[in-house]
Ligand binder design. Sequence first.
Ligand SMILES: [Zn+2]
Length: 156
Amino acid sequence: MLSKLTTSAQTRQWPGHIPVEYVYTAGIAGEAFLRALKDRGMLLTSQCPQCQTVYLPARLYCEQCFEETKQYEEIAPKGWVHTYTVAHVDIDGEALAVPQIYAFIRFGGTNGGLIHRLGQTQPHQVSIGMEVEALLLPGKERTGSINDITCFQPTK
Ligand SMILES: [Zn+2]
């Protein structure tokens, strides 16, 4: 016998647990990007054969012309601050003991960039266009995560 629910108060619930497991992947190009970072400390780009756009991080297809990007190239993790912000509270709204700088880093000849922490500097020392380089974890400590980059820091 079926009955139609007319209000949300008529819904029922059964407490319990359903075993569900998820495996999230970074995708083909994303995995290649993270592997290059983990294994060689380099940033992987991909280039569209149609419009020549170079993507960083590497992506499988060009977002402009939908061509498969088959040409991959590694570049050194050195770029410049495109824009930045200074956080004074954490994700829960609690005051940080030390303000954290987050920046969008761009890299020469590429479309895209990385958002990451800026370290080894103070908020008043940061400027748009400031040259920065990645501070990487030692090779054996890298896990294939964007956090294999500890932060970006000003070039010396
Ligand atoms: Zn293209």
